[in-house]
Design a binder for this molecule. Sequence first.
Ligand code: SAM
Length: 287
Amino acid sequence: MTNSLPSENHKNKVKSSLGDVFCDLKTHLEVADIIQNHKSNRQDIREIALAELNLSKVKSIIDLGCGFGFFTRGLVGKVKKNTKIIGVDRHVKCKQFYLDSCKHAELKGQFISGGIGEIKSIKENSIDLVICSYALYFFPEYLEDIARILKSDGTFVAITHSYPHMVEFTTYVKTILHGAGFYSGNNLPYEELIKGFSNVNGVELLSKWFGTIKSEKITSSLVFNYDDYHCFEKYFRFKKSFFIPPNITNEDVQCEVILESLKNDMKLQSKIEISKKDIIFICQKPT
Ligand SMILES: C[S@@+](CC[C@H](N)C(=O)[O-])C[C@H]1O[C@@H](n2cnc3c(N)ncnc32)[C@H](O)[C@@H]1O
């Protein structure tokens, strides 16, 4: 058993390999639909995040870690048609999916691949609205640049997970892996990842770069009935590296052990419910 703290190098490796999961855009889109269809809280988190903002004068927007454009899609009808928006992601495969989302949102889209480092080439004080959903924990060290590119009256909206996230399910996975002799006692990879930026350290990290920070917690859960096991299976297979500690034994072997156990338990209990806690940060007055 090891319980030592992971090094920076190790953390970066974990981040990079977890980020790789999202280059399968087709499955990412399918899994995003599964999440939307199985969440207990039917409110749209993007609607809540944007509800109190006056976006009528917004002329320039950036979506960081945009993926296929989940947050960008949520801007439909919220900003003027043909407003310029740039999506930034590290996977070039996002490009067409992202540009389709811009079309859906009636925005004039551009896509920059090459990752968050590309933000360095964006002019300071030039962007009205920066949005980022479920990605800031990959690059919290770029908050300074986010504040730098934002206009003095601009807004940064981040949607992220709260920590701990999916508590009961995380314990369940650890118990199964422990029983099979595969659990080292460390955090699961996704726990390590979201600790980089969450409700716990969010205000502290943001307050270095923003004068005003508002936050709102959103609680939901994912509910899968036994008949929907195939949906849960698709979700879990896509996200398996988030839950399975690397370097113990083959990831696929561990994945099958977890899925088999879960399928049996779902059959007995007729459903599983996975709590899901998110938080929205609205940041203004970049310093
Ligand atoms: C959980 S997905 C969220 C995607 C999208 N924002 C959404 O809400 O569906 C995380 C995204 O962050 C991207 N990402 C991870 N590391 C990144 C980096 N260093 N630079 C830019 N994008 C990154 C991934 O490629 C992925 O598309």
